[in-house]
Write a protein that binds this ligand. Structure first.
Ligand code: ATP
Ligand code: MG
Length: 418
């Protein structure tokens, strides 16, 4: 076979009919959940000024250090395909002065993100995230709400054994204190660590804990929880109480620091086994300095980003079926040329009245058309012959039972709707 002339770029996917229905279900669940939790959708551009991400994501993250799709446009501007959702949402929040609204701004997004990564199962160059952000409140109740929304999302989808891991990365003074303790622990093992960790050590030692290569070496690392000051400990304790009040289960992971630089206080991840060595399906945290960093007022924020491809992969591995099939309502079959025209008319009437309807366009014999109706899982077939046309009726067959009845043409839509 000849090689295809064009192939999709590495790390991207075609979502074909048959698979796209699962996406619809996942997206619909996310939207419905956000409605119930009172989060409203925000749509921001898929590319932004590169600098936004360098500021917003943190200059020393994996993303900024090597995963970003950057380009210059014809006006010589430095732009980047968004690698994550938060920076763009914060930019929009600031630019549109949403902070001027009296209530907490509770926003969500669903859309593609782009990172130049080595593709493998669960890791792509274009992938999708469902994310939420809540701005303007420091109340630990909102931290717990954000965590619970993600938790309920997995539950609603039927994902099994999702674990919530929780930590506090404190405020700046707590982190500075921890940084010293951590460095004292890390320095002696400097030469045994991977190149990335060696580099991270001086610039942002907390991120060493996030390393995928050296994970196992940090079992005895000091816990950040021991470095939290009064304010941080209090906040953390209250987040836990609110989670307990909802019955959201979690475990404390003092080594959870997350890849992004901007987190303060609450940091959390959702974990589920099922895609090779990858077990993180989503994560988030509080980012009290980020809005200001991006040029807005000093407003706190908290949010999460959840990868949708990973959810679908794990659901498949766990054998969880999403309820997707919404079969065709009716397949119309015409026998003869006059009936053919009437079928065109009826098809349009049905479709305009909300009924999903299909017909043959390949000049196939009745038997082949019935097979087609089967393949489409049509609930009904409606057959119009010349005689019926003269009488102004049509034969409707219920596919599940084989039962047939004759219905007046003008009553077809109503009969099928019932
Ligand atoms: P990882 O540690 O797997 O690289 P990350 O820390 O880079 O993840 P985040 O930036 O926190 O991930 O993004 C949140 C979620 O987005 C991840 O938990 C994952 O589900 C999804 N995600 C991130 N990068 C990719 C990718 N390249 N392909 C598919 N999904 C991704
Ligand atoms: Mg990553």
């Amino acid at each position: 076979m000849a090689k295809e002339r064009f192939e999709k770029p590495t790390g991207t996917q075609d979502v074909l009919p048959g698979a796209v229905e699962k996406w619809h279900v996942v997206e619909a669940k996310a939207r419905d959940l956000c409605r119930r939790f009172n989060y409203r959708e925000i749509r921001t551009p898929m590319f932004e000024h590169t600098e936004l991400f360098e500021r917003g994501v943190g200059e020393t993250t994996d993303i900024v250090e090597g995963e970003m799709y950057t380009f210059k446009d014809k006006g010589d501007r430095d732009l980047a395909l968004r690698p994550e959702g938060t920076a763009g949402v914060v930019r929009a929040y600031v630019q549109n002065k949403l902070y001027g609204e009296p209530d907490v701004s509770k926003l969500y997004y669903i859309g593609p993100m782009f990172r130049y990564e080595r593709p493998q199962a669960g890791r792509y160059r274009q992938f999708h995230q469902f994310g939420i952000e809540a701005f303007g409140a420091v109340d630990p109740a909102i931290d717990a709400e954000v965590i619970s929304l993600g938790y309920q999302f997995y539950k609603d989808l039927g994902l099994k054994e999702v674990r919530v891991e929780l930590n506090s990365v404190g405020n700046a003074p707590s982190r500075a204190a921890y940084r010293e303790k951590l460095l004292a622990f890390l320095r002696p093992m400097h030469d045994t660590l991977c190149k990335d960790c060696q580099r991270r050590m001086e610039r942002n030692p907390l991120r060493v804990l996030d390393c995928k290569v050296d994970q196992d070496k940090f079992g005895d690392a000091p816990s950040i929880l021991d470095s939290l000051d009064e304010e941080c400990s209090m906040h953390f304790a209250k987040v836990k109480s609110h989670l307990d009040a909802m019955g959201v289960e979690y475990s404390i992971n003092p080594r959870l620091v997350r890849g992004l630089d901007y987190y303060t206080h609450t940091a959390f991840e959702y974990k589920a086994a099922g895609i090779g060595t990858i077990d993180t399906v989503g994560g988030g945290g509080r980012y009290n300095g980020l809005v200001e960093e991006i040029g807005g007022p000093d407003q706190p924020g908290i949010g999460f980003g959840i990868g949708l491809e990973r959810i679908l992969l794990i659901l498949e591995n766990q054998g969880v079926e999403l309820e997707t099939v919404k079969p065709l309502d009716v397949y119309l079959v015409a026998l003869g040329e006059a009936a053919d025209l009437e079928i065109t008319k009826q098809l349009f009437i049905l479709r305009s009245q909300g009924i999903s309807a299909e017909r043959d366009y390949l000049g196939r014999k009745m038997k082949a058309q019935m097979k087609s109706a089967d393949r489409l899982s049509a609930r009904y077939t409606a057959i119009l012959g010349e005689d019926e046309l003269l009488d102004g009726v049509i034969t409707v067959k219920t596919m599940a039972t084989g039962e047939q009845r004759t219905i007046k043409l003008e009553e077809l839509a109503q009969a099928l709707a019932e």
